[in-house]
Design a protein around this ligand. Sequence first.
Ligand code: SF4
Length: 460
Amino acid sequence: MLELIERAKEILETRVKRKIHREIRSKAYSHHTVTYPERNNTSPLKQEDIFYKSSETKDLALYLHIPFCNGKCTYCQYVTFANQSDERVNTYISALKKEINLVCEIPEIKNFRITTAYIGGGTPTYLSPANLEKLLIHVREKLNFHNNIEFTVEASPETIIGETGEKRLDTLRKYGVNRLSIGVQTFDDKILSFIRRRHDSKQAIESIKRAKEKFNNINIDLIVGLPDQTLEIWQFDLDTALKTKVPSITTYPLKIKSEAPVVYKLFKKNPQRFPDEKTFLLMYIMSMERFNELGYEQYPVWWFTKSLEYVYKQQIHKWENNGELIALGIAGYSYINKWQYYNVKTLKEYLESLNQNRLPISEGVKLSKPEEQARRNLVLGIRCKIDKNKFKERYGFKPEEKFGKILSRLESLDLIINSEKEIKLGYTGNLFAEEVSRSFLLKHPSNKNTNLKKNNHGYA
Ligand code: SF4
C-alpha cells in the first residue's frame, strides 16, 4: 500500500516544482468554475431575447434537474430538497413536463438535435419507478433525440438496489438511458456516515453490481478532500473502485462553499479535519499514477476511463466544444445563441412561472464578442484540450493572439503543453486545473502576475 503513497510523495517533491507553489497555489476547496461567466453581472431577460427564428440544425446537450433526495449530504451545494411528499414531487414532475412542452414550441428548438442528455440533481433515482417512467416517456416523445445519443442518469446507491431499485434500473434501460453515474463518493463507512450519505460501502458495491447487470457504461464518482480522508483511505477508495471494473471513475475535488453550510462551517472551525493542500495534491498524484499504470485515459481532467469509448460526451460538448446546452428544471444554466442564462432558483418561482405558461428563465448574460466566447472556451475547455484550428474557425483568431501572455506564463510554469495543434494541461497542470482554468478569467489576479493568497491550510 505504501508504494503508491511514497511514489506520489517523490513526484510531488521532484516533478511538481516548488516555483509553482510560489506562483500558483491550489485553492483546494474554495474555487471551482462550474461555468463561465459565473452567476453575477447578469440581467433579467425573457425567452424572446435568447431564441430567434433560425432554421440551422445544431447539436444540443440537454440537462434535466430533479431537485429531490432522500436526505441532505453535509457537502451539498445544489438546489435540492430532502424527503418531499409525493404530492410535491408529482407537482414538480408535471411542471417539468410543461417546461419541456414550452421549449418544444420554440421554432428554433425544433431544429436542434439532442446528442447528449443528462438527468441530474438531486437524485433522479429518488423518483418512484412510475414517475421516472412518466418523465422518460415524455422526454422521448417530445424532444428530438439523436440516434446515437449519450443518455446519462445520476443515481445514488441506495436507490438502485432491492426490488424497487431493480424496477428503476429496468425503467431507465427501457427508455434508452445508456450511461449511469453512481455517486459513491468514498468506500469508507465512517466518512460516509459523517457526510450523511444514506448508504454504506457494502450497498455501494451492491448497487454497482446490480447496475452492471443492466448497463455497460457506468461511471462512479469519488470525492477527493473529504473530512478525515487520509492517503491510506484514498488508496483504499481507488483500489476498491478499480476492483468493481466499471469503465469510468471520476475523482472530484470537494467544493467548500457557503452554499454547503454544514461542511463550510466545519472547515472554518476545524480545517485540520480536512486533507491539507499537500495531501490534496498527493491524492491527485496517486490517482493519476494508479490509473495511468492501468492504461486509463484521463480526459477531461477528473474523469478516468478504460478507453475513449467511455468518455463523458456531454462534458466534452460543454467544455471542449463550447457547445450549446439547454437546462430544464429549477436552477439550471443554459448556453444558447451565446447567451448564458439561468432558470429561477426557488420552487415557488419555478411553479408560478410554469403555471403562467412562461419559461422559468430569470437572468442571463450575452457573450457578444468573439473574445469573450473564446475566453469561455478556454476557461472550461482547458480541462479537456483546445484544438487550435477549431478555435480559430470559431472565433477568428488563434489563442495566442489574444491570450498569449497568459499562455506563455502557464507554459513557463509547466502547467500546459502548447503544441502546434492543441493546448492541453500537462502533468502538473492536471493538479492545478482550477487555477489554470481561472487564469483566463478577465479579472483573475494571476493575470496581473500577483500570487494568490496563501491560506493557513497551504503547502509551503
Ligand atoms: S445526493 Fe447529491 S444532491 Fe442530494 S444531498 Fe447529496 S450531494 Fe446533494
